[in-house]
Design a protein around this ligand. Sequence first.
Ligand code: FAD
Length: 310
Amino acid sequence: PFDVLVVGGGPAGAAAAIYAARKGIRTGLATERFGGQVLDTLAIENFISVQRTEGPKLVAQMESHVAEYGVDVMTLQRAEALFPARSPGGLHEVRLESGATLRARSVILSTGARWRSLGVPGEDTYRNRGVTYCPHCDGPLFKGKRVAVVGGGNSGVEAAIDLAGVVAHVTLLEFGDQLRADAVLQRKLRSLSNVTVLLNAQTTAIDGDGGKVDGLTYVDRAAGETRRVHVEGVFVQIGLVPNTDWLRGVLDLSPHGEIEVDAHGRTSVPGVFAAGDATTTPFKQIVIAMGEGSKASLSAFDHLIRMPAS
Ligand code: FAD
């Protein structure tokens, strides 16, 4: 069995695996694909100490860093069930879709999350070419330009407020007849002179010139008319879905499906830790996921040295 089994190989999982292996304990990492969301990212400008890099390049560096430490990396492996140890010091089991079962004295869950997409024409075509899901990551790329934010919940309104300080103008589109964000955020939003809020607005297409985004088409549901706004960027903010369905009923999840963790990265199950976008830790970013993965790993080590020898 492994001393530490990491499930999910994004930045959180890679950091967890390195920190565990550096303690000289038997470390495994099972993941569908190595690199996680970073593989889908083009420019990264907020990975501290590296002014500018690209997703696939950072993933290659993460991969060779993990490889230096003799971590047993199992890719193309999707975990489908977790069976916690029945007694303190016992073994946890992770069943993979392939049918195999992995056993470990401690487990670190880092299965990440995915942005909910609109599913409209143009969204895939112009992904990373004007269509983006992360204001913290990509806001500065649109300095002085006109952008749209789709989604009037907390994340959409927060994004609009954030972007209004960077870009020339923000159009916020909400499908329903009112914003769903907290009142204090809505007040802040309405106080900004370079933000237009469109209610009853159903985004139907993201338009472009073949190379990059140049507009967004929506149906004004109240008037029953199709309209278009000219924008160079579209921030889709309709939800982040944690990859935790397979954990339902096994450990505590938040109402949004995020794994509940404490400041040490401990879950509600002793010996099972979690880190990164799959957890309740706020702000989903690479440096945060790496920090949390390292922390969960040190917590797992702390847990192991207190366990009876097996
Ligand atoms: P993830 O990166 O989501 O990795 C989770 C891994 O677990 C994946 O490899 C997945 O395949 C695997 N997995 C999922 N379920 C299972 C399962 N059941 N069994 C086995 N494996 C499983 N952040 C920044 O800081 N800067 C940026 O510029 C930036 N740009 C971004 C651009 C895009 C397009 C996207 C989508 C995100 C961006 N982010 C950026 C956010 C950043 O990528 C995430 O915060 C970070 O990758 C989270 O790391 P993670 O390890 O928690 O999860």
